[in-house]
Write a protein that binds this ligand. Structure first.
Ligand code: FMN
Length: 205
């Protein structure tokens, strides 16, 4: 089956019969194509988590890396809402959407915390304000006065020591779905599942 995407200038054919055995290789291909096509912020993704009672929440984060072991990495505070949810319920789902290409990628699996040196490297690569915010450790906490934020930031300026709650996390994919839109709505969905080798299945649109 061959899907030629008819609605964008930067089309790339998607033939589910001719894909790599490994979803990381296909993600790489699609991601590079999104970058080459000028998709804005192609590394922005929605992270869905759930609390211990199964109540879901979602927010946009930046993808930091994808490992050859099918791990999708992001960084955040363990003290944030998502961080607390991941401590209570260490599973998550990620969604990428690249509208100009009519493409969506979904990743699901358990979440593990990366080694401290990975978290530290992420922290050091951040801007001074981002580092100060991370150090303040109050992500997702309520505040009433902007002066509270200013004072907290002033107290932790120019730090290059990653706080213990700054984490690099990784979703270790058990399932990765590639979705290619079709102008006729006969969308293509190809799902890779780890069992333990990767198997592929087509899903109805
Ligand atoms: C494009 C974009 C990128 C973002 N990247 C990150 C990120 O890498 N890490 C992070 O903690 N929050 C990031 N945020 C902020 C999150 O969406 C969210 O507001 C914050 O992490 C708090 O979420 P929580 O209260 O559910 O924990 C980003 C937001 C946007 C819109």
């Amino acid at each position: 089956m061959l899907a030629a995407v008819g609605h964008c200038g930067a089309c790339q054919e998607f033939d589910p019969a001719r894909v790599p055995d490994d979803p990381v290789a296909l993600f790489d291909e699609w991601f590079c194509h999104a970058v080459d096509s000028g998709v804005p912020e192609p590394h922005a993704m929605t992270l869905a988590t759930a609390d211990a009672a199964g109540r879901p929440s979602a927010r946009v984060l930046i993808l930091k890396d994808v490992g050859p072991d099918a791990s999708w990495h992001f960084a955040s505070s363990a003290a944030s809402r998502k961080g607390r949810e991941l401590t209570a319920n260490p599973v998550a789902a990620l969604t990428f959407y690249w509208p100009a290409l009519g493409r969506q990628v979904r990743v699901e699996g358990p979440v593990l915390v990366d080694p401290p040196e990975v978290s530290a490297a992420d922290f050091l690569a951040r801007s001074p304000t981002a580092r100060a915010l991370a150090t303040a450790g109050t992500q997702s906490a309520p505040y009433t006065d902007a002066a509270e934020v200013t004072a907290a930031l002033a107290g932790v300026r120019d730090t290059d020591v990653a706080p213990a709650h700054w984490r690099s996390y990784a979703v270790h994919a058990e399932a990765v779905e590639f979705w290619q839109s079709d102008p006729d709505r006969r969308h293509l969905r190809l799902c890779y599942r780890r069992s333990p080798d990767w198997t592929r299945t087509l899903l109805w649109p």
